[in-house]
Design a protein around this ligand. Sequence first.
Ligand code: NOJ
Ligand code: CA
Length: 676
Amino acid sequence: MNRRILLAAAAALPFLAVGPAPAAAGSRACVDSPDTALRVCIAVDARGPSYQVVRNGREVIRRSALGLSLEGDGPAQVNRIERIERAYADQTWEQPWGEQRLVRDRHNEMRVRLAGPAGARPYEVVVRAFDDGFGFRYDVPAAGPVEVLDEATEFNFAGRYDAWWYPARERERDEYLYTRTDLDAVSLAETPFTLQGEGLYLSVHEAALVDYASMNLRRTGPGAFKADLMPWSDGVRVRRDGAFVTPWRVVLVGESAGALADSRLVLNLNEPNRLGDVSWVKPTKYVGVWWEMHLNRSTWGGGPTHGATTANVRRYIDFAAENGFGGVLAEGWNTGWDGDWIANGDKFSFTQAHPDFDLAGLADYARQRGVGLIGHHETGGAVENYERQLDAALDLYAGAGVRAVKTGYVKPNGTIVHPGPDGATQSEWFAGQYMVRHHQKVAEAAAARHISIDAHEPVKDTGLRRTWPNLVSREGARGQEFNAWGRPTNPPEHVTILPFTRLLAGPMDYTPGIFDLTFGKAKVEERVQSTLATQLALYVVIYSPVQMAADLPENYAARPDAFQFIRDVPVDWETSKTLAGEIGDYVVVARRQRGGADWFLGAVTDETARRVPVTLDFLEPGRRYEAQIYRDGPGADYVSNPYAFETARRVVTAHDRLELALAPGGGQAIRFRALD
Ligand code: NOJ
Ligand code: CA
């Protein structure tokens, strides 16, 4: 059964035209958000088409160019608005799984047709204005093959802002620490690109990146940015055949950092579920042969130190079964991957297991114990090799009852090779159109077999999980793995930045839950830079429907007091709210379990200790809850005393207030168990 249902009364007719359609032509047309605070205007003048954004009468985005440059277009350009069509929507749709079950999509739409003299290619700009931001896309008519040489879209900010960003198109793809700088210190930035200033929080991103190139932002002048699409190796940005729409260009606008995090605008701009009944997509917690290899205690490659042996994986299956986890990941199970992540991806086999790894036997054993294996396809960036084996690889897993596969694309950015039309080798960026197409192919091939995908080194998320709900999670930022490598590890502020940057794009497989924070390292920048309580809080702060308990079973066995929270915390939510937070300082998130009455809270801080008051008015009025509190103990400090930890219990209601005491690098996790 398709679990996606429309609930609002207007659902049967979600789009109703409210203006004269088509409206009179002119040179300027505007659309307001439903609350009328935000106004997006499109204009055409001698310099070409542009847009401008005003919020409560104040300019937020100055005149910014619009347009695409297509191969073969002559000098004649669009110079007038030929037609305007308007619509509005107010509908509520249901996510099959997610951070929030019911999502309201309320917006005003304006579709503007731009035209010009003979020879100018007409096209449409579709704008949707929401209370929490806006999006626009190009709708381009074309007959036959077409090449996008450039996209003119600008984002010219009015006023002074700081930006949270890292450089795009660098070697490690999206795995960089964010820095906060003046907007004018930015060079080329990845999105979501988050700004703070003028009493506002903005974030520029894109939605529905399908068969197109991923967008970065290049600074072109004071406060001025231009879309920079990751090109093919020959410089062409995008190749399409026939009419096409671009991804939505999105700007979230809020008066608090939390307003950005709680926006569902990116999802709303994606197409509804195309997979129908997706009850086979299972949000789950998982464990696996993973952290031990990142700590160099076992290896991906075969031989005496091989990690993914039948015996070792059985140990993790037992641990998962005993603790209620649904999945067990086994990396390094296949031949050809000799341990070097990058050098020889074209030799990886996706069907041949090492002799000491019995896939069928383990799958059976897992099934008996009520656990599922999570498959692993590290490609080493050798995409052609993977695509050649894709069907056989997925068939093998599907036959063994594997319902989720983690993929990986470890290779320096810009070195994804494939044969070009003339047989010569071409090298592509990790998120150009070539890779966007590849990930789409994997998503669809996996969906056909009822397999979910969790991609590492992915193309950034743009909300495609709405359309293909088997795209459950992805990496796309510095995850916990960096905390094993020590060069240096993630500073405490990293997890207070992610909710307002990377996580605006969608779920992240951060792999929280490290309990042995020091693993023999003396220097703080060589081990996990957090307290124990923080590791619990991350299960709530960082949303993902697949959430790893990443540490070794013996480290959980040593801390049953803290481990209880990981056993209890769900991965699928009825609703989610960011209660407080400032980017790079701290964040407090509360989520209500889906299909249950319990609430869960997670709070993390940067290197600064703080006391954060929280009113519990998110709890159901009139209900009593037992607050099961997991917090930093006396003297806790991520540098000097990371294991100081305590638990407490008290009965609370929606009228109560708590003060969360967070140690330096600390955190707090609370389960509010409904009592009546
Ligand atoms: C990098 C991924 O992020 C990590 O999770 C994985 O273990 C390694 N690549 C090997 O595939
Ligand atoms: Ca990675």
